[in-house]
Design a protein around this ligand. Structure first.
Ligand SMILES: NC(=O)c1ccc[n+]([C@@H]2O[C@H](COP(=O)([O-])OP(=O)(O)OC[C@H]3O[C@@H](n4cnc5c(N)ncnc54)[C@H](O)[C@@H]3O)[C@@H](O)[C@H]2O)c1
Length: 422
C-alpha cells in the first residue's frame, strides 16, 4: 500500500493538542509518509519540536519545519504555505489548521495544487465558499474532510443510530453549552478572535449545531445570536460570551451558550453538555450528554491540570496519549478517530485508484467521495454545508444585536435578516 504525505498549515493549539500526534501515530502505523508543518513564524514550530510530551509519545519521529527554526521568531512568512503546497507530489493531503478566516484561501490553494484536504472546523465562513470548495474538489476527484470531531464521539454515534431507529420521537427542544477556559484569553486567540472576525458561537457553538443536525438530520432555518464583548489582555476587543438560539425546519428550538470563561481553577477542562427533548405519542423522549464530567477525576500533586489546576475532571473520550504495545504512547479518543477517518479516506482513495488510468481514476475517486458524502459520518462540504449557513447567519445576527436571521434552502440556499423579510 502507498502512504500519503501530509503538510499541516498552522502550528498552533489544535496542531499541538491533536493533529500532529494523530499524524505521527498514523505515520508509524503505515498510512503516512513525509510530514511537514508550516506556520506563520518559527515560534510555534519550536514549541512542537521541543515538546517533551510529544517526544516521549513518538520517539524518533520528526517533521520538516517551514520556516526553518533558525529564522528569528519576529520574522513572518504569511505566503510560505503556497510554496510548501506547490512542492508536494500530487494527491497527497494538506491539513488546514489556521485561524478561521484563512481556511478558504488555503483550502483553495491546496485544491488548485491537486491535494486532498482535511480542514479544522468551521470549513469556511461563507456558504458560497463551501459550494465552490465542494465543486472544485469533486471535479478534480479530491477528498475534503472537515474536522467536526464530536460526530465521532461514541455517544453521538449511538444517539444518531437511536434517532434513525425512531427510539426517541421527534426532536422539539434542546440546550447545549460549551465554555472554553479563561486562559484562552491570553493565548494567540487575542490576535485573531476579534469582534469583526469571529465569536464564541461561531468558534465552538457550531459543534453542537452540527451535532444536532448529525443526530436528527433536521436542518436549521433560523439563527439568533447575542454576544457580550470584552477586552483581551493585549487590548483587542472580542466577543467573550455568546448566546444563540437555533430554530430547525420542524420548528424545534436549540439554545446554545458559549464563552471563553470557564474558571482556570475549576475542575474543567471546560464545560460542555447537550440535552435534547423529543415528542412521542403520549410520552416524551430525551438525550442527555454530560460532555464535561465523563466519570474520571484526577487530583495531581502538582498543578499540572488545565490552567494550572490540581483537581481535574479528565475526559478519556476526546484525546489522550496512553500506553500501547508499541514504542511511546498512542493517541486515543474521538479526536484521533476523526482525524484518522479523513486521512485514511484519502489513503484508501489513492490506494484504490493507484493502478487505474487517469479517467478511470477520476470516476472512481468521485464515486468514493459521493459515497462518503451520502454516508454522512465524516463531515464533508456536501454533507455539512448547513454549518456555513449557520455561521454566516450567526455573524450577521451577533453584529446586529441578536436580530433573527433566516436560512432559506431550495435551489439557492442563502441567509436573510428576518426583519428585512417582513
Ligand atoms: N474543537 C475543534 O474542532 C477545534 C479546537 C481548536 C481549534 N480549532 C480550529 O483550529 C484553527 C486554529 O486554531 P488554533 O487554536 O490552533 O489557533 P492558534 O492561534 O493556536 O494557531 C494558529 C496557527 O496558525 C498559524 N498561521 C497563521 N497565519 C498563517 C499563515 N499565513 N501561514 C501559516 N500559518 C499561519 C500560526 O502560526 C499559528 O500556529 C481554528 O480555525 C479553530 O477554529 C478547532
Amino acid at each position: 500500500m502507498n502512504t500519503i504525505d501530509i503538510v499541516i498549515i498552522g502550528g498552533g493549539m489544535i496542531t499541538y493538542d491533536l493533529l500532529l500526534p494523530s499524524v505521527y501515530h498514523l505515520q508509524r502505523t503505515g498510512y503516512i509518509g513525509n510530514i511537514k508543518v508550516c506556520a506563520l513564524d518559527s515560534a510555534p514550530l519550536k514549541a512542537l519540536k521541543q515538546s517533551k510530551e510529544i517526544a516521549e509519545a513518538f520517539p524518533d519521529q520528526d517533521f520538516e519545519a517551514y520556516p526553518a527554526l533558525t529564522e528569528p521568531e519576529e520574522r513572518k512568512f504569511p505566503d510560505l504555505y503556497k510554496k510548501v503546497i506547490a512542492e508536494m507530489k500530487p494527491r497527497q493531503m494538506v491539513i488546514v489548521a489556521m485561524p478561521d478566516q484563512f481556511h478558504y484561501p488555503v483550502v483553495m490553494e491546496a485544491l488548485m495544487n491537486d491535494q486532498h484536504v482535511l480542514c479544522v472546523k468551521p470549513l469556511v465562513l461563507k456558504y458560497e465558499q463551501a459550494v465552490e470548495i465542494e465543486k472544485t474538489a469533486f471535479n478534480k476527484g479530491l477528498f475534503v474532510g472537515v474536522e467536526y470531531h464530536k460526530r465521532f464521539d461514541r455517544r453521538s454515534l449511538m444517539a444518531k443510530r437511536s434517532c434513525e431507529l425512531k427510539q426517541f420521537g421527534e426532536f422539539i427542544m434542546g440546550e447545549a453549552k460549551l465554555i472554553e477556559p479563561y486562559y484562552y484569553r491570553s493565548s494567540n486567540f487575542q490576535n485573531w478572535f476579534t469582534c469583526d472576525k469571529t465569536d464564541p458561537f461561531v468558534y465552538i457553538g457550531c459543534h453542537y449545531v452540527d451535532l444536532v443536525y448529525f443526530i436528527t438530520g433536521l436542518k436549521p432555518v433560523e439563527v439568533s445570536v447575542s454576544g457580550i464583548k470584552g477586552k483581551f489582555p493585549n487590548g483587542n476587543e472580542g466577543y467573550l460570551w455568546a448566546n444563540g438560539r437555533i430554530r430547525f425546519e420542524n420548528n424545534a428550538l436549540l439554545s446554545v451558550i458559549d464563552g471563553l470563561g470557564y474558571p482556570d481553577d475549576a475542575a474543567g477542562s471546560n464545560d460542555q453538555s447537550l440535552q435534547m427533548f423529543f415528542e412521542g405519542y403520549g410520552k416524551t423522549g430525551m438525550i442527555k450528554h454530560n460532555d464535561q464530567f465523563r466519570g474520571v477525576e484526577h487530583s495531581y500533586l502538582e498543578g499540572i491540570g488545565c490552567g494550572g489546576s490540581h483537581f481535574n475532571y479528565v475526559s478519556p473520550d476526546f484525546y489522550k496519549l496512553v500506553p500501547w504495545e508499541g514504542e511511546g504512547y498512542k493517541p486515543v479518543g474521538y479526536g484521533f478517530d476523526s482525524v484518522a477517518a479523513s486521512i485514511t479516506m484519502a489513503y484508501q482513495i489513492e490506494n484504490e485508484v493507484c493502478k487505474m488510468s487517469g479517467s478511470e481514476s477520476l470516476i472512481k475517486r468521485q464515486e468514493m467521495i459521493r459515497n462518503t458524502d451520502n454516508k454522512g459520518i465524516i463531515a464533508t462540504p456536501a454533507n455539512s454545508y448547513i454549518n456555513e449557513l449557520v455561521v454566516e447567519a450567526a455573524r450577521i445576527s451577533i453584529l446586529n444585536d441578536g436580530e433573527a436571521v433566516t436560512i432559506e434552502y431550495g435551489s439557492n440556499p442563502h441567509v436573510k435578516m428576518r426583519s428585512k423579510t417582513k
